[in-house]
Design a binder for this molecule. Structure first.
Ligand code: DLL
Length: 432
């Protein structure tokens, strides 16, 4: 097993908790004295930094939400003067102003360390040639992976997203063995390579370091087969640091959360009660080693659960279950709660179709309707009508039996659903 920082990654859990406690106390003190927003909240609750003495005191601290960050736009939650900030990133919301985050030099160093850890956890080494096809810019994906890959000592190709044919030409010529991008872009790259007549044996690709959006096991299988790689899931969010919050190891059984930097909790999104190990709920993170913008109990809206059981890889950091949806991605269709990933799982389990789909929800005569557009494979599309009808029937049936919903399934031509170079858009909700 290759570790980037064995001392930290395999730290004894008791020592890890001691470190978390000490860092939590420092963080609470930092936000109390440097961020008026947190000081006011704590004062309203009658809390002083000295009241946080144990990890179990964390539950007494207030939550932070995306709205709180937006209300303090742009720099209101920074804990250092702007002169100490050397990088600013922002995450674009669907509406209104973005959320803005700032990094001190120390934060950039920590982030690079965490990303070097993340990349090596997913199979990369200093000998790797890493093609960074996440977008560079305000999005944290490109630069986050870039700095980590440099810290690792790998050869970095900072190509960013897009220009897919050129991406593949360089991948072949430069001998890329690690591809870092979103899962949907990885699949798009795989399809484009096939169209260009380049088969996976001509590429040196071995690992995909993929994340930034939900993707199912079926989707992973497609990517692994089409590119001939091991595809690893990495998770993060700009409010916490960017990528580098959690990563799968080669055992692919949950993502290790880098607990020396972040304390995770799972809460019931409605009652806000902290849930025990194994229970599914909303992920909440407290950063414990950040200077620029430390965040206390940030409500991610991502749904997951935690597993403290030791991992065969030897890393002691808790694992979170793969995130398959967000509380705000949940669709309520005729009273039934549906996550797009549930439909993705159903589709990828059925042969003859491509994992490209689009859910269109509308309201017709006061009744919700769900239309599922699914791409069929080239061979099936040119096959007999009867086979297509059977497939349509099968998908409709599977969706109904899994979710209790009658959907209108439309099989569409190969390549007719828009491909994504970043995070895929899988839902059009016309009711909004
Ligand atoms: O997506 C950071 C990132 C970049 C992660 C590159 C991984 C790789 P944001 O743009 O702020 O940051 O979006 C964060 O994306 O709250 C999740 O809902 C979703 N997300 C991120 N990683 C995963 C993943 C980056 N592995 C939001 N699985 C998060 C599922 C993910 N969802």
């Amino acid at each position: 097993m290759i570790y980037w920082n064995k001392t930290h990654e395999c730290m004894d859990r008791r020592a890890l908790r001691d470190l978390q406690k000490q860092r939590l106390m420092e963080t609470v003190e930092r936000v109390y004295y440097n961020v008026p927003y947190y000081r006011d909240l704590m004062q309203k609750q009658g809390l002083m930094p000295e009241d946080i003495k144990e990890l179990s005191d964390l539950k007494n601290l207030p939550f932070t939400t995306k709205d709180n960050l937006r209300d303090n736009y742009p720099y209101g939650l920074f804990a250092v003067p702007l002169s100490e900030i050397i990088r600013i990133h922002a995450s674009s919301g669907t509406t209104g102003k973005p959320t803005v985050v700032g990094y001190t030099r120390h934060d950039i160093t920590s982030w690079s360390e965490l990303m070097a850890r993340t990349l090596s956890c997913g199979g990369a080494t200093k000998d790797s040639v890493i093609q960074v096809a996440y977008g560079y810019g305000l999005f944290t994906g490109g630069l986050g992976v870039h700095y980590g890959a440099e810290r690792l000592g790998a050869s970095v190709i900072p190509i960013s997203g897009g220009n897919t044919k050129r991406q593949i030409m360089l991948m072949k010529d430069f001998g890329t063995d690690v591809l870092a991008c979103t899962p949907s872009y990885a699949l798009y790259i795989a399809e484009t390579a096939m169209e260009m007549g380049i088969n996976k044996e001509e590429l040196k690709l071995k690992y995909g370091i993929l994340g930034a959006e939900p993707w199912t096991e079926g989707f992973r299988k497609e990517i692994e087969e089409k590119l001939g790689i091991t595809a690893i899931d990495i998770y993060g969010l700009s409010e916490i640091i960017g990528p580098g919050v959690a990563s799968e190891c080669l055992y692919k059984s949950g993502l290790h959360i880098w607990e020396d930097y972040f304390i995770p909790e799972i809460i019931d999104p409605v009652t806000e009660e902290v849930l025990p190990e194994g229970k599914e709920g909303e992920l909440v993170f407290t950063t414990i080693a950040k200077e620029g913008i430390p965040v206390i109990r940030y409500r991610t809206r991502d749904i997951s659960s935690l597993k403290y059981e030791p991992c065969p890889c030897g890393r002691t950091h808790v694992r979170m279950r793969k995130v398959l949806g967000r509380t705000d991605d949940m669709l309520i269709i005729r009273g039934v709660n549906v996550f797009p990933s549930q439909i993705e799982s159903i589709l990828t389990d059925i042969g003859g179709i491509e994992p490209h789909y689009l859910l269109v929800i509308d309201r017709v005569d006061k009744l919700d309707s769900l239309e599922v557009l699914v791409e069929v494979s080239e061979s099936l599309f040119s096959d007999e009508i009867r086979k297509l009808e059977e497939l349509n029937h099968k998908i409709t049936h599977e969706i109904h039996s899994a979710l209790g919903l009658t959907a209108t399934v439309r099989l569409v031509e190969p390549k007719s659903i828009e491909r994504s170079e970043g995070k895929a858009r899988r839902v059009i909700d016309k009711r909004k």
